[in-house]
Design a protein around this ligand. Sequence first.
Ligand SMILES: C[S@@+](CC[C@H](N)C(=O)[O-])C[C@H]1O[C@@H](n2cnc3c(N)ncnc32)[C@H](O)[C@@H]1O
Length: 207
Amino acid sequence: MSIQQAYNQWASSYDSDRNRTRDLDQQLMRELLQGQTYQSILELGCGTGKNTQFFSTLGAEVVALDFSAGMLAQARSKINAAHVHFQQADLTQAWPVASGHFDLVVTNLVLEHLADLDHFFAQASQAMSANGQLLVSELHPFRQYQGSQARFQGQDGIIQVPAFTHHISDFLLAAAKAGLQLRQLHEHWHNDDLNQPPRLLSLRWHK
Ligand SMILES: C[S@@+](CC[C@H](N)C(=O)[O-])C[C@H]1O[C@@H](n2cnc3c(N)ncnc32)[C@H](O)[C@@H]1O
């Protein structure tokens, strides 16, 4: 099953499944961004709009891209605001957004599904304004080394969504190649598994 097909199937239960990674990411966005304001936010792989609702309180304009029609339909059903624009787009292609426009580019739990980080960071850098920042929150590679990846209960059993392992150095090198300056790197644990390897990795770059 392709990544796109998998998310179209997962869309109806994504928000209600038990999923600590999803919940920790949602909490983390509030911790990292609460109180900030932005002119234009670009959200990549917005899914069901779990974070889009929050980003819409921070940004005068929010553009949210995803290639799954099913996930986008869930997001659109929740968020109906004139300053929030959802668009179906494949992040492995050229992104259909204005260059040099966004002061916050953000992505959550998406990069494990993209094989080519160089393309991602080059497109993100192009979309960022001169004072823009890029915030990435991603399943920690230590978890991937242990076999974790996006998965859900389908009609006939567990469906594992195709995923790629990116090491921390892969993120750092691809971002540096795109001319971005690393400002923050943090690791995050869910309260329920504090004795395990970190669940999320967050990274913030400036232009
Ligand atoms: C685990 S979900 C995360 C959704 C949301 N960001 C969140 O934190 O809940 C991953 C999302 O990435 C999207 N995605 C994966 N590969 C993509 C691609 N090549 N282009 C666009 N969206 C993609 C999927 O459709 C899905 O909605």
